[in-house]
Write a protein that binds this ligand. Structure first.
Ligand code: C2O
Ligand code: CU
Length: 494
């Protein structure tokens, strides 16, 4: 049975307001400053508005990953959990029944929703206690590929994740099949839980001598023995995983999409991993990338593309005749995830097949250009803030703007402003930086994203329209980094 220590429970409050109390991490005092949110006011439908409903149960279960059996936590009895599908403009109502032995919440990743439904405990809602229910209500304004996951501790690295697809009522749907492809790195139930992994990271990092909080921005990462990594991401992950999954299956017994030769399939690829960037390729095919984080891009053909934690890419492929491996290779790590697309006879490729496309040019999604319809309306910048990602592996400390979450100052601006954020990675690791409640535009290209990969020492300027007031989280989507403190609040009021 899973047991959370008091310390991990305290650390587990990814969004506990006033978490500055964590500084004295002795575990002697739980935070007393968390505000109470109560039950959100029910939202009424507007005339003609459709309602999409779902009921989820978060629970402990034993999963079959297609061979390995693991005790874990899931939504329902599967990982990924139930796909939720809505049409843009729908009122979405999802009730979560928390049957876990721990507090939880759900974050609707990438959706520009009402703040109260954002799922950050201590910032937008009270944690959902074991044995209780909570109803999320929000309008899903923009079509695209999204996902949902908890925002408590390192629960994302269990089986608690699932796709959320928002259909475009005006979309021509110029494809025959759609294939939702959820990538994951898997450790839970293989002898250690994600909470154990976090403790190991802190302990290993803590055993090194260099640095200290004053050393944030330090450059001594690499002391973990993961090697210095290679271009373009350098050191991209801290955790060695026993399994990599597509749609909850190991490569030996893969998930299979059946189709016919010549048909078009839209892949909706979601990286739900906690510590792994993947390179994705479909053997013997070129893919045309059409969307990044839900929003359309200028269609771009490639043999392979990178996808960071929290990112989504959609691609359309015209299928050949045969059986083809869809492979997600973990960047800088051993092993792979694989699914199959079958359009004809032939035996399945081996679980270790490496499509040649993986060795060819790989598209880095940040280089895509926004489709005209996806660009923010042109506007002058009203406010600028700098967001510096700090930290290092040893000691295992990650923060933003000089401190970990709760110790750093919230970024404040005003409703209606066009805000420019200068995201600066001051570390020697790659971090996928995610902003809640908004989809920002890259200043250079207009590309719309909600999660962007920042390579070691890289700076990327993004802008967003402050049109969705509230208390928003912004953080690294390496869930271990976020939990260690690589998160900041972004606040503006109506
Ligand atoms: Cu998918 Cu705050 O994260
Ligand atoms: Cu990070």
């Amino acid at each position: 049975m899973q047991h959370l220590t008091r310390r991990s429970l305290v650390l587990g409050g990814l969004g506990i307001a006033g978490a500055g109390a964590l500084g004295a991490c002795s575990g002697s005092q739980p935070s007393t400053t968390a505000k109470a949110f109560g039950t959100p006011t029910p939202l009424a439908t507007t005339p003609g508005q459709r309602v999409t409903t779902a009921n989820l149960v978060a629970k402990q279960t034993t999963l079959d990953l297609g061979g390995p059996k693991v005790a874990t936590w899931t939504y329902g009895d599967t990982a990924p959990g139930p796909l939720i599908r809505a049409t843009a403009g729908d009122l979405v109502r999802v009730t979560l029944d928390n049957q876990l032995p721990a507090d939880t919440t759900i974050h609707w990743h990438g959706i520009a929703l009402a703040n109260a439904a954002d799922g950050v405990p201590g910032m937008t809602q009270d944690p959902i206690k074991p044995g209780t229910r909570y109803t999320y209500q929000f309008v899903a304004p923009d079509p695209g590929t999204y996902f949902y996951h908890p925002h408590v501790g390192v629960q994302l690295d269990r089986g608690l994740y699932a796709a959320l697809v928002v259909d475009d009522p005006r979309e021509p749907g110029a494809y025959d099949h759609e294939y939702v492809v959820v990538l994951d790195d898997w450790v839970d139930g293989t002898g250690r839980t994600p909470d154990d992994v976090l403790k190991e990271l802190v302990a290993k990092g803590g055993s090194a001598t260099s640095g200290g909080m004053g050393g944030m921005g330090g450059m001594d990462h690499g002391s973990m023995g993961m090697g210095s990594g290679t271009a373009p991401f350098g050191d991209a992950g801290d955790v060695v995983y026993p399994h990599y999954l597509i749609n909850g299956r190991v490569p030996a017994t893969p998930d299979v999409l059946e189709a016919k030769p010549g048909q078009k399939v839209r892949l909706r690829v979601i990286n739900a991993a906690s510590d792994t960037i993947f390179t994705v390729a479909l053997g013997s095919h070129r893919m045309t990338v059409t969307h990044s984080d839900g929003f359309p891009v200028l269609p771009t053909e490639t043999g392979a593309f990178y996808i960071g934690m929290g990112e989504r890419y959609d691609a359309v492929v015209t299928l050949q005749d045969g059986v083809f491996p869809l492979v997600a290779a973990p960047f800088g790590k051993q092993g792979q995830a694989m699914a199959l697309i079958r359009t004809g006879s032939g035996s399945a490729p081996a679980a270790t097949t490496r499509p040649a496309e993986l060795a060819g040019p790989v598209l880095h999604g940040s280089a895509l250009a926004a489709a005209e319809s996806a660009r923010l309306a042109k506007k002058d910048i009203d406010a600028t803030a700098s967001v510096q990602l700090n930290g290092q592996m040893a000691p295992y400390q990650w923060g933003i703007n000089g401190g970990k979450f709760g110790e750093n100052d919230p970024i404040m601006f005003s409703k209606g402003q066009r805000v420019r954020l200068d995201l600066a990675n001051m570390t020697m690791m790659t971090h996928p930086f995610h902003i809640h409640g908004h989809t920002f535009g890259l200043v250079n290209s207009g590309l719309r994203k909600d999660t962007v990969l920042l390579r070691p020492m890289e700076t990327i300027a993004v802008e967003l329209q402050a049109d969705n007031a509230g208390d928003w989280a912004a953080h690294c989507h390496n869930i271990y980094h976020a939990e260690a403190g690589m998160m900041i609040a972004m606040i503006y009021r109506a």
